[in-house]
Design a protein around this ligand. Structure first.
Ligand code: AMP
Length: 295
């Protein structure tokens, strides 16, 4: 007993427990370590977040988001953790490549704000806002919404307090080179760009069988991941653009832009085989993120 306590102390002293704590998603010390590493990486690479937002003439990401964290790591009370430098992750991939499922894990594990531009636009359409009215016909036909409609929404959302304090996971943006340029011009710095690789043939099958539970938000596939019971089956909904005809348009849009978008993030890109079992994809993503951030 005495010996094992001594061993633990020695390991802690030499930082050998760091890796173990990275696999404990909800511990405060984990987030403190993560924040410190994220901050160190940004300092090493030069933090582009200090650029000015031309529209408001203020720093795009406020200073509180990249303050010195060394003092915070020493003490980990919740007030201080609010000021952490959270991860800023982009997840990209074709329609039905599994982004939604993987985002559930990433947002839980890294305590970041999940921003899906598809969800934001669908909410805007449902609420019949100006953006929704402009976006509706493009979305119904499987085409991309014009850059100038979507860029403003994302920029504004990233500038809200929760994103500045916790970090974020951008799902479905940027989808064009112009959108990636707009993020960079706004001084938004990104830590990891995760790309889920799945062959087109598998994607069509995934899209057509995909259903959502409106009550829980959980995503099912009628063949590969069917609902647990008849009550759930009865309430499942299908997205209006999840048809074979529309997915072909969506895939064409994806292929027309993907290389240009990936090219913007080649230094921080993580390529993941998205055709594996969802739990294996999850493990691969978290290992890759942590290898990148803690390297
Ligand atoms: P998703 O839920 O990500 O599949 O997006 C659904 C639809 O929303 C897409 O087919 C596009 O019409 C639109 N959309 C979502 N994100 C973007 C984006 N970054 N740029 C343009 N259109 C988008």
């Amino acid at each position: 007993m005495k010996n094992s306590i001594l061993l633990l102390l020695v390991l802690e002293l030499f930082g050998c427990l760091t890796l173990a704590s990275t696999f404990t998603p909800h511990s405060k010390s984990y987030f403190a370590q993560l924040s410190l590493r994220v901050k160190e990486r940004r300092d090493k690479k030069g933090d582009p977040c200090k650029k000015i937002d031309q529209r408001t003439n203020t720093p795009f990401i406020s200073k509180s988001n990249h303050m010195t964290l060394s003092s915070k790591v020493r003490s980990t009370d919740s007030k201080q953790l609010e000021d952490k430098s959270g991860l800023r992750i982009i997840i990209s991939g074709a329609p039905a490549s599994g982004k939604g499922t993987q985002c559930e894990m990433i947002k839980e594990k890294y305590d970041v704000v999940h921003l899906s531009t598809g969800d934001m636009l669908r909410a805007a359409v449902a609420a019949r806002t100006d953006v929704g009215i402009q976006a509706k016909d493009y979305m119904d036909s499987g085409n991309l919404v014009p850059d100038d409609v979507i860029i403003g929404i994302v920029r504004d959302r990233l500038n809200e307090d929760d994103c500045k304090q916790k970090g974020w996971l951008l799902d479905g943006f940027p989808r064009t080179a112009a959108q990636a340029d707009a993020l960079a011009e706004a001084g938004v710095c990104v830590d990891c760009f995760i790309f889920l690789n799945v062959a087109d043939e598998a994607l069509v099958d995934r899209v057509v069988g995909r259903r959502t539970d409106p009550l829980t938000g959980k995503i099912y596939h009628m063949t590969y991941s069917p609902p647990e019971d008849e009550d759930i089956t009865a309430r499942l909904t299908q997205r209006s653009d999840d048809t074979e005809e529309k997915v072909k348009v969506r895939l064409a849009q994806f292929h027309a832009n993907v290389d240009a978008v990936k090219g913007k993030y080649s230094d921080i890109a993580i390529d993941i085989d998205g055709s594996a079992k969802p739990t294996d994809v999850t493990s691969a993503i978290s290992l890759a993120i942590e290898a990148q951030v803690f390297s």
